[in-house]
Design a protein around this ligand. Structure first.
Ligand code: HEM
Length: 124
């Protein structure tokens, strides 16, 4: 993995979109997470896809449509404690594992998600 290459360059839009899709399949199965999310998960899947495309070096459609991410602020309306962080993180890990990525790439992505998920804790 060359340092000038982004995750987006390496895995492409399709895999990033697939990650968001698989993640929301896990959300749908987890009652703790599910109760926080809107009934229709499709628009949420699209928002997460756009965000991840941007974060991993792809097009900045998320910010064009949604403005500055300010993710911690956008998550302030839900009580996110360490348990909820673990539910979220586990759903993302299950989704990531299904992509069957090269270990280095998977590890970089996990590193990002662990940091971001910890940053979202706002309770207890
Ligand atoms: C730690 C536990 C987390 C919980 C419980 C949580 C929960 C939620 C919920 C309930 C929504 C609303 C779904 C929607 O309608 O879009 C949401 C939105 C979102 N979450 Fe999280 N989230 C967590 C962590 C994260 C992390 C780590 C990221 C990024 C890596 C993230 C990225 C997003 C994005 C991009 C949105 C859409 C924001 C928008 O544009 O409105 N979330 N999250």
């Amino acid at each position: 993995m060359n340092s000038s290459q982004t995750i987006y360059d390496l895995i492409g839009e399709e895999y990033i979109r697939l990650l968001a899709k698989l993640f929301y399949q896990e959300v749908a199965k987890n009652k703790h997470l599910k109760k926080l999310y809107p009934e229709d998960l499709a628009p949420a899947e699209e928002r997460l896809s756009m965000f991840l495309l941007q974060v991993f070096g792809g097009p900045e459609t998320y910010s064009e449509q949604r403005g500055h991410p300010r993710l911690r602020m956008r998550h302030a309306k839900w009580e996110i404690d360490a348990d909820m962080r673990d539910h979220w993180m586990n759903a993302m890990l299950v989704a990531l594992d299904q992509l069957g990525l090269e270990p280095n790439i998977r590890q970089v992505m996990i590193g990002y998600f662990v940091k971001a998920a910890n940053h979202m804790i706002n309770h207890g």
